[in-house]
Ligand binder design. Structure first.
Ligand code: NAD
Length: 490
């Protein structure tokens, strides 16, 4: 697709700018607004209503009022609505991709990939909506019966990050609708436009008033604070950084809320000497460069067996340095900008401190001069095992390489992180993969694969990476609660 300034302007003009509360788009209660920027140019893309605490409570009020009827709605009706939303998004895939490229920076083709991935959650949960099983069994003592049924947990607050603007929203809204929960979606203030368009699609698909409310705001805690104190809220599902997740868990404790926490990651990418090295480089490119490295699943620590480390590093650095940086709307752009100037400074600071600690820059290691917040794809080797860059999420196109001698060393290094989200293992030996998978503390393992996210699979982490799973058969459980009915000798 050729993207012209007119096409961009037309799409931006068509996006609702208000708050979606009780099925209507409205201004914020105090008339306040905030600007959304293009990270490739720094220019303002759109100005949105900024929800206040009063608006947040109005959204909760709408969700609460819609909850009882929505819980009793036919699963097939909820399924059909999700399916219609899936089809509408498919029809408008290019609009969704373009809006993500504009507000988040990812190249258009990658954004199209996110539309496919993100939209699958709506199709998957439209199928799961009608498959919500309970059980009816006899007690061990005989005669009496146990009836167990699942019910929607109730109004849910859904908080999403800026890096995957569509997928993070569909991964929560899809199962909430399927289970019969009403919801208040609070998108990240850096990339709310995709959620605004998503809201428009949900209304077109027939989501009843109050079932999904969208309150974007320049003040995140101004929204979550009052809603999370209110007893009408029953659940909070958050995707974002571990420090904010920890704070929300504390807030949730005060109101005894159900929680799902999809937090940070620090993925090891383990390459054994028997791996197909070309496939490993291909996997490394995907695991590192998808979303410019701004992904919770991004490979953060490249652990390569010492016998093949030199060859792997050489091939990987050559592939990375050949990538073309540019605004995501340009046809040949393969790497977009970092989300903002501060995030780019943080990435550079990690690189600088690794070099001061003894690492060597194989390629990259610097900001790109000019407009936008571009950072050159970077490979570092000889990174000391205690370097800060191996402990923190890099959230950028930087690949630190370290080496190991034995399988046991690889496992020990992989587990030397407080995080436990995604991990990657490259080997031709399936028994080795199973041995490693058994011992590494990660919620997800890619086997000779650099991208493993799939709507049909349970996505989530252990340790400081969070609680709960999104997607798969497990995803809907996060939005249901169990009711047991004890039946006397029927
Ligand atoms: P963030 O924690 O800064 O923000 C996430 C969301 O929380 C945003 O909507 C933000 O407005 C809101 N928020 C921020 N402070 C808040 C507060 N005090 N109270 C309530 N809400 C608050 O994260 P981010 O920078 O938007 O996203 C990047 C982070 O998200 C990374 O750590 C990344 O690993 C993580 N992430 C995790 C997953 C996963 O599935 N595990 C997926 C994507 C991103």
């Amino acid at each position: 697709m050729t993207i012209t300034p007119e096409r961009e302007a037309e799409l931006l003009a068509s996006i609702p700018k208000g708050l979606l509360i009780n099925g209507e788009w409205r201004d914020s209660s105090d008339g306040s607004t905030y600007d959304v920027h293009d990270p490739a140019t720094g220019k303002v893309l759109a100005t949105l209503a900024s929800a206040t605490s009063e608006d947040a409570l109005a959204a909760l009020d709408a969700a609460d009022k819609a909850q009882a009827a929505w819980a009793l709605s036919a699963p097939r009706e909820r399924s059909n609505i999700l399916r219609r939303a899936f089809e509408l998004i498919q029809e408008r895939a290019e609009d969704f991709a373009l809006i993500m490229t504009l507000e988040m920076g990812k190249p258009f083709n990658e954004a199209m990939g996110e539309v496919t991935y993100g939209n699958e959650f709506l199709r998957w949960f439209s199928e799961e909506a009608v498959r919500d099983y309970g059980r009816y069994v006899t007690t061990p003592e005989g005669k009496n019966k146990i009836l167990v049924q699942r019910k929607p947990v109730g109004p849910a607050l859904l908080i999403t990050p800026w890096n995957f603007p569509l997928a993070m929203a569909t991964r929560k809204v899809g199962p909430a609708i399927a289970a019969g929960c009403t919801a208040i979606l609070k998108p990240a203030k850096l990339t709310p436009l995709t959620s605004q368009l998503f809201g428009q699609i949900l209304l077109e698909a027939g989501v009843p008033a109050g079932v999904v409310n969208i309150v974007s705001s320049k003040s995140a805690s101004g929204i979550s604070g009052p809603i999370m104190k209110d007893h009408r809220l029953r659940k909070v599902s958050f995707t974002g950084s571990t420090p904010v997740g920890r704070q929300l868990l504390k807030d949730a404790a005060d109101n005894v809320l159900r929680t799902s926490m999809e937090l940070g990651g620090n993925a090891p990418f383990i390459v054994f000497e028997d791996a197909d090295l070309d496939k490993a480089v291909e996997g490394a490119m995907a695991a590192k460069m998808r979303n410019m490295g701004e992904a919770c699943t991004a490979a953060n620590r490249f652990l390569v067996q010492d016998t093949v480390a030199e060859e792997f590093t050489k091939k990987f650095a050559a592939a990375l340095s050949a990538l073309k940086l540019g605004r995501g709307t340009e046809d040949d752009s393969q790497v977009g900008p970092i989300i903002d100037s501060g995030a780019r400074d943080d990435i550079h600071e990690l690189v600088t401190s690794a070099v001061a600690a003894g690492a060597t820059v194989v390629t990259g290691g610097e900001k790109l001069e000019g407009d936008g917040y571009f950072y050159k794809p970077t490979v570092l080797n000889n990174v000391p095992n205690d370097a800060e860059i191996l402990r923190q999420e890099i959230f950028g196109p930087v690949a630190p390489v370290t080496t190991f001698a034995t399988e046991a060393d690889a496992i020990k290094l992989a587990n030397a992180s407080e995080y436990g989200l995604a991990s990657y293992v490259f080997t031709k030996d399936f028994s080795k993969l199973l041995r490693v998978a058994e011992q590494i503390e990660f919620g997800m393992v890619g086997f000779n694969a650099g991208v493993i996210s799939n709507a049909a699979a349970p996505f989530g982490g252990v340790k400081q990476s969070g609680l709960g799973r999104e997607g798969g058969a497990e995803g809907i459980d996060e939005y249901t609660t169990v009711q047991y009915i004890g039946i006397a000798d029927p």
